[in-house]
Design a protein around this ligand. Structure first.
Ligand code: PRP
Length: 221
């Protein structure tokens, strides 16, 4: 049995064509079903529906053999597990080039970010990406007080709780709708395939087949 951990929403949607390329059809729609383990047309392949931030954890601890998760999530997970790098020993064979977006710093349109930075002001920054934000501002030599949030970061500058946010930007519509402007582009993000290393040793053949099908579907072979 091969178990793949996926999160609902954009990553799930954009993974379906890759699974199809590997001959795998998921038989339930996670938006409609309450099931957390989804069957596929392959009796020996199943999909776990987990929170996006939990995908690396399921793969790291062997709850899933493989998973698909954003670079943002991997970087934050790696820092929780003491690794400076990407995702604490998870094997990452492939950038799938899906769910592409960026991590940016955004502020209220009436906040003069450039002069606050120039003057060496201490900034209050709200984010769910604490590790990424800490490293970015440390490299820039800007002192920050980080406020951890779990979603709707855009609210924090609007209610005066933070000067800036660090968040994912895709179309930019959420920022625009909340009158925020992007002032720094921290990094580009896409989703990666991650593997449990012990599973790869035990189930090398069937896992290789899926990895190779994904690789050729994203044009990387
Ligand atoms: C992400 C992000 C922004 C939004 C950006 O939120 O946190 O709020 O998408 O997309 P846009 O630039 O296309 O408007 P998501 O919907 O993933 O939910 P979240 O609040 O749980 O992060």
């Amino acid at each position: 049995m091969i178990t793949l951990a996926l999160s609902k929403g954009r990553i799930f949607e954009e993974t379906l064509p890759l699974l199809r390329a590997a001959g795998i059809e998921v038989l339930d729609d996670p938006e409609k079903s309450r099931k957390l383990i989804l069957d596929t047309n392959q009796p020996d392949v199943r999909v776990l529906v987990v929170r996006a931030t939990d995908v690396p954890t399921y793969v790291q601890f062997g709850g899933a053999d493989m998973g698909i998760t954003g670079k943002d999530t991997l970087l934050e997970h790696g820092s929780d597990w003491g690794g400076a790098g990407n995702g604490a020993g998870l094997y990452q064979p492939l950038d799938l080039d899906i769910a592409k977006c960026r991590i940016s710093v955004a502020v209220r349109a009436d906040f003069d970010y450039a002069s606050a930075v120039r003057q060496g002001s201490r900034l209050k920054v709200a984010t769910k990406y604490v590790a990424i934000a800490r490293e970015f501002f440390a490299n820039k030599g800007v002192h920050v007080d980080l406020i951890k949030l779990y979603g709707s970061m855009e609210l924090a500058p609007l209610v005066g709780m933070a000067d800036a946010i660090v968040d994912l930007v895709s179309t930019g519509n959420t920022l625009k709708a909340n009158r925020l402007v992007e002032v720094e582009h921290i990094m580009d993000i896409s989703s990666r395939l991650v593997l449990n290393q012990a599973a790869l040793k035990l189930k090398r053949e069937p896992m290789r087949k899926i990895i190779d099908a994904f690789a050729s579907a994203v044009g990387k072979v």
